[in-house]
Design a protein around this ligand. Sequence first.
Ligand code: CA
Length: 242
Amino acid sequence: MNKLTILVVEDDRAVRNLITTTLKANEYHFLTAKDGETAVMEASSHNPDVVLLDLGLPDMDGVEVIRKIRSWSNMPIIVISARSEDADKINALDAGADDYLTKPFSVAELLARLRVVKRRLAMMMSDTDSDSPIFINGDLKIDYEAGCAWMGEEELHLTPIEYKLLCLLAKNVGKVLTHRYITRQVWGSSWDNDIASLRVFMASLRKKTAGGRRPGQAEPPQYIQTHVGVGYRMMRMEEENK
Ligand code: CA
């Protein structure tokens, strides 16, 4: 796959320099924008592979930038922000951000997130039939047509809601889905605030989808990761274990 082009949106010069220096050292191409308006313009005119986005911009909130880009593009957006409150993460993720890094961040962490995006893009490109009826992630297999799921050889006995949740997470593998997004998708908007019910279903689903223990592994792999106060994510097994 060709080198990725990354749009760096950051008004703080020191942080912007840190990011671009890191990108340059790792042979990524990049563009920069110091405010929201320029960011939206650059995104639409250069169609970058990934956007790294600060939320506190001089002319508009970064969440607004996400909304504007999302109105016409699915390009991956990783938020890099000093705002560490759950509500801020939820807002950004609900607006359509793919991931969230809290400042101060380590360069290694930033590069790891970019590698995940890169693999996801490569997979999307190689995936000629993305409407494949079979989903496979590590030992987890879902047959969408038959409406069944397996962990290794063992069929999972899921309730209809658990199966729906599992499919939703699988279709967004690697991505954090917020409570609000999940309840809307699974139950419709009237369930917006019923996060307690969602927790109960997810706890059960997590238990059922915990993978088998492998030699040399202390803990069985957990396919569904909880982001406390934010939401859930299905880990892409091959990637996350590297
Ligand atoms: Ca800022």
